[in-house]
Design a protein around this ligand. Sequence first.
Ligand code: ZN
Length: 235
Amino acid sequence: MSYRHQFVEPFCDQAGDLPLGKVVCVGRNYAEHAKELNNAIPATPMLFIKPATSVVGLETPISIPQDKGRCHHELEVSVLIGKTLVNATAEESKQAVIGYGLGLDLTLRDVQDRLKANGHPWEAAKAFDGACPLSQFIPAAEISNPLTLNLTLERNGQLQQQGNTAEMITGIFELIAYMSTMFTLLPGDVVMTGTPAGVGPLLAGDQLVLTLFDSALKESGGFEGYRFNVLVGNS
Ligand code: ZN
């Protein structure tokens, strides 16, 4: 496994030796996405974990499992944790975030549909090797407002997913605080914050463009945002 946490240029040296830990994720955190899969919005955040073995970088082609049915992209804002959090407040959670990036919560949708129908856990659909491609992180200090970040995913030139962190049902810092009441978050852990609508299947050969930008600053001509190109290879 060659993945290690990294920051984008020109902040590359700031990642230090943060270990790669677990990835804590949330389901149905954008209302429009819950609707597109005919899911009810849960009363409290619905959490699950992807193991460190599921994490890969975006620099080399990502691979999707063969012969397991549809593999969907779920574009999400990813958050790099820099401090231990246990029963944290939202403010403590905010102080503990050291980077923001984008991640794909790759999901074997046919497998997940079968698991859901039987009331079984989702790991077989979401925790496989390579199920969590992560971008490099943007240092938290470079993001003026994490609560108004735009995220988009284009597949082969077509806009598929578009969202804004302002649309989250449970906001980033309340979400991290809630997670920390269930699991200790450690430096090097990553939090995935849920996907907006527009999820769909990936095929080998697909070219993806992921973008993250701050809508408030973009309007004033400052921060242009970040763009990550991803190739879906053969596994
Ligand atoms: Zn997801």
